[in-house]
Design a protein around this ligand. Sequence first.
Ligand SMILES: Nc1ncnc2c1ncn2[C@@H]1O[C@H](COP(=O)(O)OP(=O)(O)OP(=O)(O)O)[C@@H](O)[C@H]1O
Length: 423
Amino acid sequence: MLSDLITSLSSNPYFGAGAGLIGIGTALAILRRSSQYGLIFFRRQFMITLEVPNNDISYTWLLQWISHQLRDSSRHLSARTTLIKSDEPSSRIQASYTFVPSVGTHYFHYKGKFIKVERTREQMINSGVPFESVQLTAFGQNRQFYIDMLEKARDAALLANEGKTLVYVPTINEWRLFGHPRRKRPLNSVILDKGIRENLINDVEHFLSNPLWYIDRGIPYRRGYLLFGPPGSGKTSAITALAGHFDLSISTLNLSQGTMTDDRLQQLLSNVPEESIILLEDIDAATVGRHYEKDDAIRYQGMKPLTLSGLLNALDGVISTEGRIIFMTTNFIERLDPALIRPGRVDYKQYIGHLTPYQVERMLIRFFPQSTRNEINQFLNEIERLTDNYSKELSAAQLQGFFMYYKDSIKHVFDNINQLYYL
Ligand SMILES: Nc1ncnc2c1ncn2[C@@H]1O[C@H](COP(=O)(O)OP(=O)(O)OP(=O)(O)O)[C@@H](O)[C@H]1O
């Protein structure tokens, strides 16, 4: 009975063709599936993959290094522009461009292996900050190959960053390199009143070279500095120059940012990059007028904004083996809570004020190195007259702005000296 049915169906040309097609389709599907499994098996057994996300410190180094390996072979690049401002007071801003592999797939050849590079980018819904990663795939099973490659990338980056200061800024809970490394700011380009710069340098030097002193006494190995004074007097510039002098990067945080919360600050300060100065700017803004209001619940998505106790806890949690330096700046020391600036949180307070005759003279010489003694004395007299014997405030930023305007000759400076407060 059954054999009759099979014979009659197989002799039917329409049914025979259909069964044939189903058979071929099934065979192809099996083949495809098994080739996928085969590929996965092959990749697992014979290939090694490395993923580096953009929140890893190696990410930027690796991209730069890969772009070097790709040389002219890739035509899909993404540009990074750096503005370079020389420390020479009268210099112009210039731009330099480097290229890194764009999002997509690239290939290069390194140490006898072909390497596939896949750079991807995803928009993060919460933060708006894109998440990126680069994935490398190569034949082989030896992970040492990738370790060597990462070390090469790091060495090349360190060499390229020699003489430069790295600046990190926070994203949501992590730190990211901000722009390109900047040329170190020379210490002598920051003109503070007599002895201030030298004392600061000595203090940082002493701190960095005496870790045992802290360990022996059971004191957390960190030091807090507070620079306070009017705007444009050189607080941030002094910190930048100190970072350059001690070969440290700067991790900078603006606490007045609306989205700072206790948890976020705690998280950020607990994973600051190594060998980095923590710079908390305008620290007074952190806790002034911070009353948790109705609207805040919406703005902070139910999270409480930064509180004074949150700030104190986060600062107390900053500990690191290589010595953690925290610099805080403010224009309004009188607004700071005494708990914030007590020893242990702030160990060194320094007022950086308006210009003194000592600084005026040095600033003139820095901008006009050819000035004669007579010109210097004449300039000092003019400033004394205009500031009413230094009772009227004049900031270093103001004087710098004036010099920039008449940088071509000291004669123009004297001709226009009455414009000092009006530029
Ligand atoms: N003492 C100084 N020596 C040399 N340049 C200075 C000095 N003070 C300020 N400047 C110049 O003025 C500008 C502003 O300086 P800076 O940001 O360091 O001031 P600040 O005291 O941190 O100001 P704020 O309190 O507003 O943050 C910079 O371009 C800097 O080069």
